[in-house]
Structure formats: structure tokens, C-alpha cells
Design a protein around this ligand. Structure first.
Ligand SMILES: [Zn+2]
Length: 494
């Protein structure tokens, strides 16, 4: 005999003989298999659903949502419903909806107040070490998102989009789980020749809803079921995507490969008003789009695609002989608010004004790494115009090179702050440091009101593969070569 218990979100079964509860179904979840409820997974499932866990008795390993006392023995339970305070979402360093409009969207900039915590640490040159670590996901070339996905607790997922593998972190079991596709024909692979990845989060998710993801066959709405450890997709738009999608106010847009060349597909965010524009532009290798000044920009080794909603897109090839250095970070702003991209004309580096066919050029005496006004010439910050003199605080910094990873946007500060890598005793070409070369000594640093060394890394290669993310009130740094993700505590973020 089993008793059936119904809560507002779920149905539970209580075995009359053992008095143990088991989840039968819950809103937004697919079929709940009995074997999915292994004992090791139950604490995580209870937190996800806001159910209850035993504190002192051993009558049942889990109880329905809202239970405050064990119905068998009367012992108090750990009632999780309505208790968790959810930290802010994370959708990748390029995706922060809370940034003001005068900051370019789509670059590695966060509005989270990371500096307020990190700057409490001892200032450089005091050595620093991570406070926490977690195992790297088994498929280590991945993007991370932290959100509730409509559940009661925030969770971390890691998508290895080149391999069609979605990974789920169970923080209570301290283990990564590879989620299975509910339907074998669904595929999250996004390999659009070497284009960079970006998903569009769902700000007000249904249970299990993640957001819009680009795949090789089109845009899909992704849902996860962490109880069964599965995922499924719904089709939003079918087409051979050439780039990651972007959003500008109420509009979505994406580059798609057509029979005649590249097209720009756009729609309102409710998927009404679909429009397709034919373009004369290359087929692959697109950077993820950035949004600025009411327009979306997709950058490419050969030029830029600029699109303003409700108007045809404009493909602008770079000036003859000039090639961009997209790997240096991305566009930056001048004081008057224009966007600039660094490149090289065969003789020297220069900044090119974006968004115009006859963009202004500003000559440079050397490479500058960074984006969105977090910019460095070798070891020195550039704080005025992007092409202006660097700010030399310590001449020894000439022997280092700084690569910005994440800017922390703070309206109350005149100088940009952020997370950087400093390559010590490196006087070679910037291009070589970012490619295959092994860098003997690198420090992870927070540059802000005070500079703080967070960690010291020996023999780093391919620094551009470093992925910062924020989850569980920690700043984390992942690199596919590392077995452990390094984490630094943050004070509770608002
Ligand atoms: Zn009990």
C-alpha cells in the first residue's frame, strides 16, 4: 500500500510499510524514475524542489515540500521551502543584462560588485591563493551558467557545445553529472565554423528552463531536468547558424548560412515578426555579437556586420591591408563614447573606429590588450583615450604583459577595475603569448582600488582559454588544462 501526498508543485508516494517518501512527479519534470532517486542525489533534489530533509531521525531520506516534522516520529525536519536566498545569475562573462546602456554588451564585463570583496585582501605583492576548489567538468572545453532555472536553488551547468555534452554540478554530492538527452535526435552541438558561443538566458524561467541556445541546426529553447539528469529542447528557429544570437531591446538576431551566402535572421523576442535579410559576407568565424548604441555588431577577421533593428544590416569590410587583432580582447571606448578595435596594417598597430565605412584610424606604438576601457600596454594600464599614453606606476612593469579577463563595471569609479592575468618576464609579441607559447610565470590579479594577487600559476599555455565565472558567492577561474577550478570567496552579492 502507498499513500499519495499532493503538494502545490509535486506528488509524493509514502510506502505504508517503510514510511519512506519518494517523489512521483513534479511540475516541469518529465517521468521520475525510481532509480533516479539514489540516496546520494536526494539532498540535491530536496534543495532543488524546496522539499524537506531529516535532521535527527532516520525514518525517510526525504519529505515533501513544506513538511516541518517527521509524520512517523515527530522529529523536526530541515524544511528548505522558501528558505534559500538566491545569489545573482551568471550567464558567461559576455552576458550581463544589468549593465547600463552606455557600456557595450557582449564583452567580458560584469555589473556584480566583485571588487568590494576582493579588494579586502592583502595588496600586491603579497602572494594569494584560492580559497576553494571544485573538480573541473569532465568535458573541460565548456561555457558555464549559474541560475535557478525555475527551481528553488541556484545550480551550475557547463555546456561543452562542441561535443553536445551538458554537465550538471551537484553541490551537495560534490560531483559533475553528464545529463542525457531525453530525445536522441536533439543536439546541442554548435560548431558553426569557429564562431564564438553565446546563449540568451531566460530572465523569468519556467521550471527547468535555461534559455535560447544556438545549435548547428538552429535556435533551440533548452530545458533541464536535474532529478532525472536529462535535458530536452524545443525548436525556435531552424537554419544553419553562422554565428551566436544577439538581443537588442525587444529584438533577436542571428547570422545564418543560406544557399547564396550569409543571411541575417531577426524576430521580436516573442518570435513574432520574423525577417530575413540577404547579406554579402563570409560564412563562418564570427565573434559573438555585441550590443551598443542601439545596434548589434558581429566582428569577423574580414570586417564587421552592423545591424539596427528594423533596418537592413550593413557589412563593412576592414580597410585594405588592415587586419584586426580580435584575440587581444575586443572593442574599447573612447571618451566621446565611440567604439574602437585594434588591428595591424603590416607596419604598425592602430585603432579603427567601428560602425562606419570610413572609420577614423588612430596610430599606436605597440599592442594593447583589453576591451571596454580595461586596457593595458604591456604591464601598464591605459586610462585615458585608448591610443593615449599608458600610466606608468612602476617601470618594472615594462617586463610584464597584462591580459584582461573580466571587467567589473562600477559606476562610482573613474578607473576601470577587473580580473587580469599578468605574464611575468615576458617581453615577446602579444600574439605569441596568446597562442601556443608556454608562459613560465603568470599571476591572477584583481586590479582596482588596490591590486591584489589572487594566485600564481606556473607554465600557463593558451591563456585565452581561461574562463571566469561567478557561482555560490565565489569568483571561479577555469582552464581546460587544470584538474581543479580555482575559487575566491566573495561577500554575499546583492
Ligand atoms: Zn522520523
Amino acid at each position: 500500500m502507498v499513500h499519495r501526498w499532493e503538494t502545490p508543485g509535486s506528488v509524493w508516494l509514502e510506502d505504508e510499510h517503510t514510511a519512506q517518501f519518494e517523489l512521483a512527479s513534479s511540475e516541469g519534470l518529465g517521468r521520475v524514475e525510481r532509480e533516479a532517486q539514489s540516496r546520494g542525489r536526494l539532498p540535491d533534489i530536496a534543495h532543488l524542489l524546496g522539499a524537506s530533509l531529516p535532521l535527527s531521525c532516520d525514518c525517510s531520506p526525504i519529505y515533501p515540500e513544506g513538511f516541518a516534522f517527521c509524520p512517523t516520529c515527530g522529529a523536526p525536519l530541515d524544511k528548505l521551502a522558501g528558505r534559500t536566498r538566491t545569489p545573482p545569475d551568471w550567464w558567461g562573462p559576455w552576458s550581463d543584462r544589468l549593465l547600463p546602456r552606455h557600456v557595450p554588451h557582449g564583452l567580458s564585463v560584469t555589473a556584480l560588485a566583485l571588487g568590494d570583496s576582493l579588494e579586502d585582501r592583502p595588496a600586491a605583492p603579497a602572494p594569494g591563493r584560492p580559497d576553494r576548489s571544485m573538480p573541473a567538468p569532465p568535458n573541460a572545453h565548456c561555457v558555464f551558467a549559474a541560475g535557478t532555472f525555475g527551481f528553488s536553488a541556484q545550480r551550475l551547468i557547463a555546456l561543452a557545445h562542441a561535443r553536445n555534452v551538458l554537465q550538471y554540478w551537484d553541490p551537495l554530492g560534490a560531483a559533475w553529472h553528464v545529463m542525457a538527452a531525453e530525445d536522441n535526435t536533439a543536439d546541442l552541438t554548435f560548431s558553426a565554423p569557429a564562431s564564438s558561443y553565446a546563449w540568451l538566458p531566460e530572465p523569468d524561467p519556467l521550471r527547468g528552463e535555461v534559455g535560447l541556445v544556438p545549435t548547428d541546426r538552429g535556435l533551440r529553447r533548452l530545458f533541464i531536468d536535474p532529478v532525472s539528469e536529462t535535458w530536452r529542447t524545443e525548436s525556435v528557429f531552424d537554419g544553419r547558424l553562422a554565428s551566436a544570437p544577439g538581443a537588442m531591446r525587444r529584438h533577436l538576431a542571428c547570422l545564418v548560412n543560406g544557399d547564396q551566402g550569409v543571411r541575417l535572421w531577426s524576430a521580436h523576442s516573442d518570435m513574432s515578426n520574423e525577417v530575413v535579410y540577404e547579406c554579402d559576407a563570409p560564412a563562418g568565424h564570427w565573434e559573438r555579437p555585441l550590443g551598443y548604441d542601439g545596434k548589434l555588431f558581429w566582428l569577423h577577421a574580414q570586417g564587421q556586420m552592423v545591424w539596427q533593428p528594423d533596418a537592413p544590416p550593413q557589412w563593412i569590410a576592414w580597410p585594405a591591408g588592415w587586419s584586426p587583432r580580435l584575440q587581444f580582447g575586443g572593442p574599447t571606448q573612447s571618451r566621446d563614447g565611440r567604439l574602437w578595435l585594434i588591428g595591424h596594417d603590416g607596419q604598425a598597430y592602430s585603432f579603427l573606429e567601428l560602425g562606419r565605412a570610413d572609420g577614423q584610424l588612430e596610430a599606436l606604438s605597440g599592442a594593447r590588450l583589453g576591451f571596454a576601457s580595461l586596457l593595458f600596454r604591456r604591464g601598464h594600464a591605459v586610462v585615458g583615450e585608448p591610443w593615449g599614453q599608458e600610466h606608468v606606476e612602476d617601470p618594472h612593469d615594462d617586463d610584464a604583459m597584462v591580459l584582461p579577463l573580466l571587467r567589473g563595471f562600477n559606476n562610482n569609479r573613474s578607473q576601470p577595475s577587473g580580473l587580469v592575468l599578468r605574464f611575468h618576464q615576458y617581453t615577446g609579441m602579444a600574439e605569441d603569448a596568446l597562442a601556443g607559447r608556454i608562459l613560465p610565470r603568470t599571476t591572477v590579479e584583481w586590479i582596482g582600488k588596490r591590486n591584489v594577487i589572487l594566485d600564481d600559476i606556473a607554465r600557463l599555455a593558451r591563456p585565452l582559454e581561461c574562463v571566469p565565472f561567478v557561482y555560490d558567492n565565489c569568483l571561479w577561474l577555469h582552464h581546460p588544462d587544470w584538474n581543479q577550478v580555482r575559487g575566491w570567496h566573495l561577500d554575499a552579492l546583492p
